[in-house]
Design a binder for this molecule. Structure first.
Ligand code: CA
Length: 139
């Protein structure tokens, strides 16, 4: 299973990438929005994990663009833990689901254990065209 991880916070992306690799996923990394969209359109992925706040194009825009082009790759939005609005906007833009970031500041990042609460079994996302019924909105 091949995953594109789009996250500009390097410490966080390193932690997530390591966690995914330990679960035997192949992980490509993009750290800005325009690059991410280009990579996502040029390569077949089983899953895209997409941060919302990115340099250049944001995650919502990337998601909308892919859906507009009939690209139905499963997309998981990375959202800040308590940001309900981000979750809703992400799902409205065509994301299949969201994962909350395990931490929100560098200070807290330093004290959390290396292993995050990141779901270890992501295969369900690769097989399900749309996990939540209202995700298939045309955006
Ligand atoms: Ca970010």
């Amino acid at each position: 299973m091949r995953i594109l991880l789009v996250e500009d916070e390097r410490k966080l992306s390193a932690i997530i990438k390591r966690s995914l690799k330990e679960s035997n996923y192949a992980v490509d990394l993009a750290d800005n929005g325009d690059e991410a969209l280009f990579i996502a359109e040029s390569n077949p992925y089983d899953l895209i994990i997409l941060d919302i706040m990115l340099p250049g194009r944001d995650g919502i825009s990337i998601c909308r663009n892919l859906r507009k082009k009939q690209n139905d790759v499963p997309i998981l939005m990375l959202t800040a833990r308590d940001d309900e609005e981000d979750k809703i906007t992400g799902l409205d833009s065509g994301a299949d689901d969201y994962i909350t970031k395990p931490f929100s500041s560098p200070e807290r990042e330093a004290i959390i254990p290396k292993r995050t609460s990141f779901p270890s079994d992501l295969s369900k996302y690769a097989s399900a065209p749309s996990i939540l019924s209202f995700c298939s909105s045309t955006g």
